[in-house]
Design a protein around this ligand. Structure first.
Ligand SMILES: N#[N+]C[C@@H]1[C@@H](O)[C@H](O)[C@@H](O)[C@@H]2O[C@H]12
Length: 450
């Protein structure tokens, strides 16, 4: 059987990941407040084809049927995020009971299907009312995030054991505040660096708040995008550029969280643009966590580029590589290399791959099926690398595919399909793709060995 090389330890979990704004829809329903992505999508030119998350996959109404698909697939776990403004329309203060009711029902349905909920509190859809007060640039938002996290933990932690604070905070800081391609669409390097620090602070405050209020046995962590970085050539300039990218996008989160300090080379490189940081804040940020979630899709090859005023480099795209529809080079070893680096350089109790997957152009064939062989090959090759890490003794405890459903791909709208389940958006019909059927067989094989 093809799965013999993909036999994992009995306690290893397989899941699928999503995010609130990308799948829920119901953007203006039942008392939900505006998020910065609701606002951003309405700004002309921001999103390809003028797409929005107004309806998305209509998961807000269809979650019970989707959980039936998850159960039929055999998912051990489902990773989702909470829409902060659905529960706190203004970000703080009055609770929207219907919003809380939705997440209570979602968790109950998952548990009834024997699917472990794996929760993320901030997957980018910040309440607009807090953005109007400065958003992540305002340190008060860190305190509001901790209060929101505590509240969610008080209400769900009897049934939810896995809690992660942010998803890919580097995206919020760089894409949202330096490049300006994500909400809130700002373009200011110094602001982006301050947001990096404030997100780290919010993470630490939230972990402390949840630990005070959550149930015993909860596991708290964060989800970071971590890539292997390679210089495009042997030149010292490319080596330094690759080191800067690794420093900003990975180590400016990993180091304060796990080592209690920012990387010195980054503090030096950014100079007076780097934020003021206190020892007390670093102590909060480095509040011990129980697990680290990793999003890793590919490796990044960097060449020096002085014209890049932010970080002095650009991505190099080798011609001999195969690419996904995101123009990401396919390099399955990225998972093993990232996990090996983390295992060597940091003291991390548990590791989970929370996002790994691929966008390819998918079509429904005349037989009514979606024959996405490239995605199946991508998943097989990357899961083999996860297995390789486990065999090397790395404490990898789970793998989650991105994504359960085709969904709203941020600035690219619905033009990219990552799902193992196809979504026909006009009808909201779901079709389990061939990759989803393969993933289900893999899960069933491993479950049969437990
Ligand atoms: N792009 N892309 C796919 C995927 C995105 O859809 C997720 O929301 C992010 O957490 C992460 O960037 C990865």
């Amino acid at each position: 059987m093809e799965f013999k090389s993909l036999k994992f330890p009995k306690e290893f979990i397989f899941g699928a990941s999503t995010a609130a704004y990308q799948i829920e829809g119901g953007a203006y329903e039942d008392g939900k407040g505006l998020s910065i992505w609701d606002t951003f999508c309405k700004q002309p030119g921001r999103i390809l084809n003028g797409d929005t998350g107004d309806e998305a996959c209509d998961f807000y109404h269809r979650y019970k049927d989707d959980i039936k698909i998850m159960k039929e697939m055999g998912l051990d776990s489902f990773r989702f995020s909470i829409s902060w403004p659905r529960v706190f329309p203004e970000g703080t203060g009055k609770v929207n009971q219907k919003g809380l009711d939705f997440y209570n029902s979602l968790v109950d349905e998952l548990r009834a299907a024997s699917i472990e909920p794996y929760l993320t509190l901030n997957h980018w859809d910040m309440p607009q009312s807090l953005q109007d007060q400065g958003g992540w640039l305002n340190k008060d938002t860190a305190k509001h995030f901790a209060d929101y996290s505590r509240f969610m933990c008080e209400n769900l932690s009897d049934r939810v054991k896995f809690w992660t604070t942010h998803n890919e905070p580097h995206c919020v800081a760089s894409a949202g505040h330096v490049a300006g391609i994500f909400a809130p669409g700002h373009k200011d390097i110094k602001e982006g660096l301050q947001v990096t620090h404030n997100l780290n602070l919010a993470h630490g405050l939230a972990v402390q708040a949840m630990r005070q209020s959550g149930s015993a046995g909860n596991k708290y962590g964060i989800v970071l995008a971590v890539f292997p970085y390679y210089p495009a050539t042997a030149s010292i300039h490319d080596h330094r550029a690759a080191q800067r990218w690794d420093g900003y996008f990975s180590r400016c989160f990993l180091d304060p969280i796990f080592k209690g300090s920012y990387p010195e080379d980054m503090v030096e490189y950014f100079g007076d643009k780097f934020p003021e940081v206190t020892e007390q804040e670093l102590s909060v940020i480095s509040e011990p966590i129980d697990m680290l979630g990793i999003n890793c899709y590919f490796r990044r090859i960097i060449e020096n580029d002085p014209k890049n005023a932010f970080i002095g480099g650009r991505e190099f795209k080798p011609r001999d590589a195969a690419y996904t529809q995101m123009d990401w080079p396919i390099y399955p070893e990225c998972l093993f290399e990232v996990l090996s680096m983390l295992d060597k350089d940091y003291d991390i109790p548990e590791l989970y791959i929370i996002e790994n997957g691929a966008a390819f152009h998918d079509e429904v064939s005349p037989d009514g099926k979606v024959h996405d062989a490239r995605r199946t090959r991508y998943l097989h090759a990357h899961i083999e690398q996860a297995k390789r890490a486990v065999e090397q003794g790395i404490n990898l405890k789970g793998y989650f595919v991105w994504s359960f459903l085709d969904n709203f791909e941020w600035a690219l709208g619905y033009s990219r399909r990552f799902g193992i389940v196809y979504v026909d958006y006009p009808t909201q019909k779901r079709i389990v793709k061939d990759s989803g059927k393969w993933y289900s067989e893999l899960l069933r094989y491993n479950q049969s060995l437990r």
